[in-house]
Design a protein around this ligand. Structure first.
Ligand code: SF4
Length: 337
């Protein structure tokens, strides 16, 4: 049974009174949790700046306090870094506990309000849980059409389920974060405001220095999907595999150099230079001999990677490159008039 020791306590994070009494308590254990949360945020920023390692695991109370501190700081880039780092800790933790028994994953699900059961080595999960969390996952294993459906439930392997739980964790954490009132947060941390303001200032200074360079390529002409991937990267999110492929093949076709692309990917939290160089060189044809094109809009749409919103050009085109070419052509026409 692992739930009592699991590192996230959703009930605690959602309870402003408990957070306030923890933060303002004189008990050594609570004061230690506040210190742990402040040290964690400093480490997160140092890592953002110069890759310096820090302790990424947090106790339950410190985790909840960090969430509230982040709400006060209110910087999307920093919150994203936190959520993504903790998402990866969460995934590792699920793998670790499930090595003892798959039932341990079910204990977590019970505490998180997810109605799942084991079925042999697999898991039976609700249909709506699957479709809510498969959106950012690329690959046929996460497409609905390939699933075994039975009476409104889907049978998935442990690996699939852990990936879906990882996505669900991000959604849950972000939902709770968005419900926290910045005003409540400011009130709770009144004793620590100077320290939190200092952390925010340090983050903003580092962020200002780490602007993303796109070389000679014109960002204003990019379609919404490509702009979104770049913004997500700037905010520290890990892109789904297909989004990375789309971004690299798009930027290559738009004329960006491989060195500029590799520099661009350096902002991603799980950046690995060797792997990125290999992938960029593969997609651009240096290794493979094939220069890949980005996928069509229909493919991006079916993988939940289209962000057209109310863009007026998107409904008229079928391919992200077509969007870029049209924008360039229209802009050249305007210039020549
Ligand atoms: S319609 Fe196409 S170009 Fe526009 S955002 Fe969607 S995938 Fe990108």
């Amino acid at each position: 049974m692992i739930t009592s020791n699991f590192f996230v306590d959703f009930t605690l994070i959602k309870d402003p009174d408990k957070i306030e009494s923890t933060v303002n308590s004189l008990e050594i254990d609570n004061r230690r949790s506040v210190r742990e949360a402040l040290d964690y945020l400093s480490g997160l920023i140092r890592k953002y700046n110069n890759e310096e390692e820090y302790n990424i695991t947090l106790g339950k109370k410190a985790f909840a306090i960090v969430m509230w501190m982040l709400r006060y700081i209110n910087e999307n880039g920093l919150t994203s870094r936190f959520v993504i780092t903790q998402r990866d800790v969460f995934e590792k933790e699920l793998h670790r506990i499930s090595r003892e028994a798959n039932e341990n994953i079910i204990f977590y699900c019970d505490s998180a309000g997810i109605n799942a059961v084991t079925e042999g080595d697999n898991f039976k999960i609700p249909f709506d849980f699957f479709i809510k969390n498969n959106r950012k996952l690329s690959g046929f294993k996460y497409r609905l059409v390939y699933q075994k459906l039975r009476a409104g439930e889907i049978i998935v392997s442990k690996e699939q389920f852990i990936h879906l739980l990882r996505e669900d964790f991000v959604v849950k954490i972000m939902d709770i974060y968005n419900e926290i009132s910045p005003g409540d947060s400011q009130n709770i941390f009144r004793k620590y405001i100077d320290q939190l303001d200092l952390i925010k200032k340090e983050f903003l200074e580092i962020k200002a220095k780490s602007t993303i360079s796109l070389g000679d390529v014109d960002f204003t002409m990019f379609p919404p999907c490509i702009k979104t991937y770049i913004t997500q990267m700037r905010d520290g999110e890990n892109l789904a595999h297909l989004a990375r492929f789309t971004l690299v093949s798009f930027l290559h076709n738009a004329g960006m150099t491989n060195d500029d692309m590799i520099a661009l990917f350096k902002t991603v939290p799980d950046f690995k230079e060797d792997l990125t160089t290999y992938q960029v060189n593969h997609i651009t044809g240096i290794i493979s001999g094939t220069e890949y094109s980005p996928p069509k809009c229909a493919t991006l749409q079916s993988n939940h990677l289209c962000y057209m919103g109310d863009d007026p050009l998107c409904p008229k085109i079928k391919h992200p490159m077509q969007y870029y070419e049209r924008k360039k052509r229209d802009s050249a026409r305007k210039r020549d008039r």
